[in-house]
Design a binder for this molecule. Structure first.
Ligand code: SAH
Ligand code: SF4
Length: 370
């Protein structure tokens, strides 16, 4: 029981770690040393920290800890994709997923920010679970720590095991603002993971006021889950659109880009659902809508899950949508599904055992009576 009272240093942002060291009467540079031990060398206890005095190590031992979330399972797909199910503190079913997708000399880690999600997008299995709880900063950065450690001892001079992070796992990152910001600062910090700000991306379904807050705090790259070219359809697919319609969202995107210190683009995510948002007129409408925005478009063929009520479009339809956007001058990629054999595809995260929540049951019943 005493452990629960210890401060978990894993999730403290550089600023908070320094403040903590100062609060216990220690110098700033000690915080830097400890930060490097935790995030660059993967230290799990204070004993390992050989350049920290014995007395300080003993003191730290009594008042703090380095505690990563518990890994329930780790799967490695035949295509190299790795997936972890991570149990967060709370209940025995409070699990999230983390997925690492290698691609040539890149490896992108898809990180979760909440158990479930309150925003209830109609096509998202996380949304169907309802909102359970927010992850702590340690549970968020812990996913990066666990992924890198899965390759063996961490070596700051060795090959980079994770080159990119996308906050595209479970949850809406802007609804768990402070912990997500702290974790992303660690991802980019030179004394922690040192990732380029161009390679750390936050994906949001459009919590507009928080986009304005975000650019005051970090300069990560931004992805917007748009999924529809007009408000009528987006209101159905992404209910938060009723609160913050497309025009406000695009204005927030412009503000975000204008306030970054460098020139960047927004990534527009558009999940293609057969017969819902994938026809030619919708492609033209989307092309016109995004005209003023510096952006790239990522088309995601819908990943089916039981009782979703949606289907993914044929390859032909996907290609046609892509071509219309490309002809209009956009850079358009189509996300290919990886890690199929371990259910690591987008929107299929932590499937079955959480599908039994009341909200999901209600949803299934609704679908079935239709
Ligand atoms: N809440 C954030 C981030 C997590 S979702 C957001 O919505 O942006 C990550 C991406 O996966 C989003 O673009 C989301 O719309 C998409 N997605 C969710 N369910 C999906 C599914 N079943 N098939 C394809 N994409 C899906
Ligand atoms: Fe939440 Fe994103 Fe899923 Fe929408 S798509 S329910 S915002 S996780």
């Amino acid at each position: 029981m005493t452990d629960t009272k210890k401060v978990n240093l894993l999730g403290l942002s550089p600023e908070k770690l320094i403040a903590f060291f100062e609060s216990i009467g220690e110098k700033k540079f000690r915080a830097t040393q400890v930060m490097k031990w935790i995030h660059q060398k993967g230290a799990e206890n204070f004993e390992e920290m050989t350049d920290v005095s014995k007395a300080l190590r003993a003191k730290l031992e009594t008042i703090c800890e380095i505690r990563a979330p518990e890994v329930v399972s780790q799967n490695i797909s035949s295509d190299g994709t790795r997936k972890w199910i991570i149990r967060t503190e709370g209940g025995k079913n409070d699990c999230v997923e983390t997925v690492l997708i290698p691609d040539g000399d890149r490896a992108t880690l898809c990180v979760s920010s909440q158990v479930g999600c309150s925003l209830d997008c109609s096509f998202c299995s996380t949304g169907k679970q309802g909102f359970n709880r927010n992850l702590t900063p340690a549970e968020i950065i812990g996913q990066v720590w666990i992924a890198i450690k899965s390759f063996g001892p961490m070596d700051p001079n060795g090959p980079r095991r994770v080159t990119n992070v996308v906050m595209m796992g479970m949850g809406e990152p802007l609804m768990n603002f402070e912990p997500v910001v702290d974790a992303m600062i660690l991802m980019m910090h030179d004394n922690a993971y040192g990732l380029s700000k161009r390679r750390v991306t936050l994906s949001t379904s459009g919590v507009v006021p928080k986009i304005y807050e975000l650019v005051k705090r970090t300069d990560v790259s931004l992805a917007i889950s748009l999924h529809a070219p007009n408000d009528a359809l987006r209101n159905e697919l992404v209910p938060i659109n009723k609160k913050y319609p497309i025009a406000q969202l695009l204005e927030a995107c412009q503000h975000y880009l204008a306030n970054l210190p460098d020139k960047r683009h927004i990534t527009i995510e558009y999940t293609l659902m057969s017969g819902v948002n994938d026809n030619e007129e919708q492609a033209y409408e989307l092309a016109a809508l995004l005209e003023e925005l510096e952006c790239k478009v990522n088309l995601i063929p819908f990943n089916p899950f039981p009782h979703s009520g949606y289907e993914k479009p044929s390859n032909n339809r996907t290609r046609r949508f892509q071509k219309i956007m490309a002809d209009a001058g956009y850079t358009v990629t189509v996300r290919t599904t990886r890690g199929d054999d371990i259910d690591a595809a987008c929107g299929q995260l932590v499937g079955d055992f959480q599908d039994k929540t009341r909200r999901s049951q209600k949803y299934i019943e609704l679908r079935e009576v239709k």
